[in-house]
Design a protein around this ligand. Sequence first.
Ligand code: NAD
Ligand code: ZN
Length: 355
Amino acid sequence: MFRNFRQVTNMVFGRGCFAQLTDILAPRRSHEGAFMVFVVDDYFTDKPLRSRIPLQEPDLLLWVNVDDEPKTKYVDQLTQTVKEFSPRLPAGVIGIGGGSTMDLAKAVSLMLTNPGSSTEYQGWDLIRHPAVYHVGIPTLSGTGAEVSRTTVLTGPDKKLGLNSDYTVFDQVVLDPELIAGAPKEQRFYTGMDCYIHCVESLKGTYLNAFSQAYGEKANDLCREVFLEGGPASDDKLMMASYFGGMSIAYSQVGICHALSYGLSFVLGVHHGIGNCIVFDYLEEFYPEGVVEFRRMMEKQGVVLPRNVVGDMDAALMEKMTNVALGLAPLWENALGKNWRDIMTRDRIQDLYRRM
Ligand code: NAD
Ligand code: ZN
């Protein structure tokens, strides 16, 4: 069976296209009492972008904090705030921020129409009702959250997305000017998420011509951005993120993501930086990719944190290993059907202890 997946319905790309948001939303505002919910990264509370958000009476603006990656509890709380604001459903939910904020917007748009807690929907195709119309506007590029059919959430006992066709954005606004101000390190970590998506997709056993076409182009764009630079870098990085996301839509990520999920669940390390920490130790699995990654890191002048795991206590190490081992499709993509013979608990823990 081949995956029959939904894609983003509408897309606008170009420098300054954020200014079109007013017009894009206008038809949705046509009925009496229609309101929008803007879910915006609180990094922008004192930035010029704040005054450009096309708020109209009676819209609701929710500043969200993403110091911690999105949790199911936070999603439930935000959903409740929207419900208390109005007994009616909003006409749209618009997420403006990095992967975390876009995921929060996706999750709230789903939870407004699906009863109960978001923890009940962590998994594949558990969502029963279509979401409220939702728009994604990235201010960081790399995660591919703008194209994916998931919203990654940490719950009480697992880090797992709400994967469904309804999760996919109805509209994305890709404006390279919005990512221009990101600090060097953050830009690198999020950008490397895309680079690693490409390496893991292209080196995986699930690769097909569809994934390869998108993965190779995204890989080339990452090289241009992080090894050469130049005035079009933000435009290229934005498209790399999109293409990287398309590549894994039909294949899968691999070892780095499996180990990084464990790291993030137990230590709360963010996805981008977690991937970088892990990837640096995976030369035996992705030799060319890791060497090139180190060149990019050097070129960008980024220094990775070390001794993040060190002599972690045994119970936490077990937990981290369980989270990583639980991601069977990632291992199978990376190492083939017999991955369990290759990647033992001891081998995983040996890798973790080096980090
Ligand atoms: P992020 O959204 O977690 O943000 C990282 C930091 O950068 C935050 O402090 C944020 O406030 C700040 N920030 C955002 N935009 C900025 C800007 N323009 N300038 C300066 N600072 C800015 O970062 P991310 O790497 O984009 O996203 C990681 C998240 O994405 C994780 O929660 C991960 O689980 C999720 N993710 C989702 C998918 C998906 O398909 N849904 C895929 C990969 C990762
Ligand atoms: Zn990723």
